[in-house]
Design a protein around this ligand. Structure first.
Ligand code: SF4
Length: 328
């Protein structure tokens, strides 16, 4: 893997691929659709990771290690923000701890890059990083990573990493209120930078505890069967980030765009019937996520290409990100 179109990263890197659906945010998983196509194009590591489902391919829980991909960050001379495992979840059940540590060893040995590691298995990530201290007071996880660093001596890099690794940004994906507990698990995980990826945003998340969080990325869903996002859900998260001093990044609206905001555009509701008649492929969306012509803060959304829908919120691009923890 190499350059990526993901707005907040420069490269994606997939030393371990494969996954299993775990929560509603996975329903239209882009990687799950892409994996069999990559396998058909001859990328062997993606073969056998999915089965055919009625609605398309579905991860089968298998994973594959790609030893050849492990070296890639050493060869990328230009400092980059690297999205780790865009084609799976590094903390998928069954991935050996040694394999995870080998990935982390590459991050430790290439401090010119920042590594963004996102998971929906926040419990497994917490357990991995919370390995405790040795008798000499050294973090056991750091010792395990240092063991795996020996595999890369040919690159001639010698570093004694700080702990937590300053260039390793750990994050959890959260799509609805039921998954907010992942943020508590992230908070308990030792990390130099902590982030929350709220994509696809599927409902109003309500109040979010942002203590200990450095970065929040929000996005609507794109691709086939995308689910629309209400602008007030995004505004609520943005406003909480601004109040808490947390960097806020709005990635995209996704596959739908708002063409009519009943309260803002038409307080006496005169145009609502006409809007719906003229745009039969659209639908109503209220604050609670319902699609009938009822409820608070009704907007009308229509299918749209991701690029046409854009990524401005209230006329502004939100591109904030935390400062690097490693000197350039
Ligand atoms: S955890 Fe991520 S990679 Fe795995 S199925 Fe869900 S969205 Fe896809």
């Amino acid at each position: 893997m190499a350059d990526t179109a993901i707005e907040w990263a420069g490269k994606s890197w997939n030393p371990i691929v494969g996954c299993k659906v775990i929560s509603p945010g996975c329903t239209n998983c882009y990687a799950m659709r892409l994996a069999p196509r990559l396998a058909a194009m001859g990328q062997a590591k993606y073969a056998g990771l999915t089965r055919g489902g009625r609605a398309g391919p579905v991860w089968n829980g298998r994973f594959a290690l790609d030893a050849a991909a492990l070296d890639l960050p050493f060869r990328w001379q230009k400092p980059a923000t690297i999205f780790v495992n865009s084609m799976g979840d590094l903390f998928l059940e069954g991935v050996p701890a040694e394999a995870v540590d080998r990935v982390l060893a590459v991050a430790a040995l290439t401090p010119r890059h920042d590594y963004v590691l996102l998971t929906k298995r926040a419990d497994r990530m917490q357990a991995h990083f919370e390995a405790g201290l040795s008798d000499r007071g050294t973090p056991r996880r750091l010792m395990a990573i240092e063991d795996q660093m020996q595999a890369f001596t040919t690159f001639g890099v010698e570093t004694v990493p700080a702990w937590p690794l300053p260039n390793l940004w750990l994050g959890v994906s959260v799509e609805n209120r039921a998954q907010l507990g992942r943020i508590d698990q992230l908070r308990r995980t030792p990390a130099a930078v902590r982030l929350i990826s709220i994509e696809p945003l599927l409902e109003d998340l309500g109040p979010i505890d942002l203590a200990g969080i450095d970065w929040v990325i929000v996005g609507g869903e794109s691709g086939p069967n995308a689910r629309p996002v209400h602008p007030d859900w995004v505004r609520s998260i943005r406003d909480q980030c601004l109040a808490a001093g947390v960097a806020f990044f709005f990635k995209q609206w996704g596959g739908w765009r708002v063409i009519y905001d009943r309260d803002a555009d038409d307080p006496d509701w005169r145009q609502s019937g006409e809007i719906a008649r003229r745009n039969p492929r659209g639908r109503w969306l209220n604050l609670a996520g319902g699609h009938g012509f009822h409820g608070d803060r009704l907007v009308y959304v229509v299918p749209s290409g991701k690029h046409a829908a854009g990524r401005k919120l209230d006329g502004q691009v939100w591109d904030r990100r935390p400062a690097r923890k490693v000197a350039a």
